[in-house]
Write a protein that binds this ligand. Structure first.
Ligand code: CAA
Ligand code: NAD
Length: 308
């Protein structure tokens, strides 16, 4: 099957931090953009985020007001998959859960019979997601298009080719990433690809270091910032990514690579169980509530040698 139509309209499913960022970048680069979420509250937050961030682009002199208005005019927020009709490519950015993604792709296969179906998954096998469209659903058009957070700032798109992904699909999403101002780099379809195979075990290890009382969270972060030149320490970055997403990724690594060394740190899992997901719930490793003193590690009740 040839998915040869020119891309004018991009459908994004999931209006969270990643879907919202992808939609913003797509609209700014001239694409009509339809963004869909199962939650109307998430769509509202996404729209508010676009308004705020695009206004900031004008304030900072990075965009002209007329260009921002044009981008806003290209953004459409929709509450059902049916309303994505007309999209030339669909980019999925929903929760990092294999079963939920497979169910969605099975639906997309019939709703979008010829379009490219891309997943922004951080770690889940593209081959496995592609299998859910079935042999008649053209798995060769399913591909990984892995953007980085925050999408408007980060340059990379990791392009993942599943076992059945066609060379034509890879070429088309590579070209699309470039036309969004990103640098596409290919990676093979192994759990976590390159980025999260390397990054996430480091983040997980920082939680073990905290749990074992090697240092307090602020000190772990400062050591890695000042000693390794990271823009954010690993625990701060975990809050930024979402602790739930970190646990999902570690579970995929543990299953996919078959080694106990990828097991998610119990303290990380405990924070997620307590609903402390990081920035998105205003509390994770750190407390981001407006009343909280800046960058205080939030209490875990966990007794470590450092008394955290
Ligand atoms: N959305 C959009 N733009 C944002 C943003 C957001 N959430 N947060 C920050 N920015 C932009 C702003 O435009 C800001 O510039 P202005 O103030 O001029 O508008 C610029 O970033 C710098 O922001 P700040 O001055 O507030 O803070 P900073 O200098 O610390 O930069 C940062 C913020 C860019 C996020 C930086 O700390 C950073 O690069 N952190 C590391 C990010 C990272 O590692 N991302 C990858 C995560 S892993 C991943 O994405 C893959 C996965 O599958 C989990
Ligand atoms: P998020 O929690 O901020 O947003 C997910 C959104 O998906 C929510 O608004 C939710 O309502 C919506 N959603 C969930 N199930 C849905 C469904 N069946 N149909 C429609 N909408 C649905 O998550 P996020 O951080 O934006 O992550 C999204 C995806 O991007 C995940 O696969 C994640 O691994 C990946 N990713 C995340 C980061 C990161 O730093 N957070 C970076 C790169 C990739």
């Amino acid at each position: 099957m040839g998915t040869t139509q020119t891309i004018h309209t991009i459908g994004v499913i999931g209006a969270g931090q990643m879907g919202g960022g992808i939609a913003q970048v797509a609209a700014v680069h001239g694409f009509k953009t339809l963004v869909c979420d199962a939650s109307s509250a998430a769509l509202g937050r996404c729209r508010d985020g676009h308004t705020k961030r695009l206004a900031r682009e004008v304030e900072k002199g990075r965009m002209k007001d007329t260009d921002v208005q044009a981008a806003v005019g290209r953004l459409h927020y929709v509450e059902s998959l049916e309303m994505l009709k007309g999209a030339d490519i669909v980019i999925e950015a929903i929760v990092e859960d294999a079963k939920t993604k497979r169910e969605l792709f099975a639906k997309l296969a019939t709703m979008f019979p010829t379009q490219i179906l891309a997943s922004n998954t951080s770690s889940i096998s593209i081959t496995e997601i592609a299998a859910s469209v079935g042999p008649q659903g053209h798995p060769e058009r399913v591909v990984g298009m892995h953007f980085f957070n925050p999408v408007p700032v980060m340059k990379l798109v990791e392009v993942i080719r599943g076992l059945q992904t066609s060379a034509d699909t890879v070429t088309r999403v590579t070209n699309l990433a470039a036309s969004l101002g990103k640098t596409p780099i290919p990676a093979n379809d192994r759990a976590g690809f390159v980025s999260n195979r390397v990054l996430m075990p480091m983040i997980n290890e920082a939680f073990f270091a905290w749990m074992e009382g090697v240092a307090e969270p602020q000190h772990i972060d400062e050591i890695m910032k000042l000693g390794c030149n990271f823009p954010m320490g690993p625990l701060r970055l975990a809050d930024f990514i979402g602790l739930d997403t970190c646990v999902h990724i570690m579970n995929v690594l543990a299953d996919g690579l078959g080694s106990d060394r990828y097991r998610p740190c119990p303290l990380l899992k405990q924070l997620v169980a307590a609903g402390r997901l990081g920035d998105k719930t205003q509390r994770g490793v750190y407390d981001y509530a407006p009343s909280a003193p800046s960058m205080t590690a939030s209490s875990t009740g966990h007794k470590s040698a450092a008394g955290v």
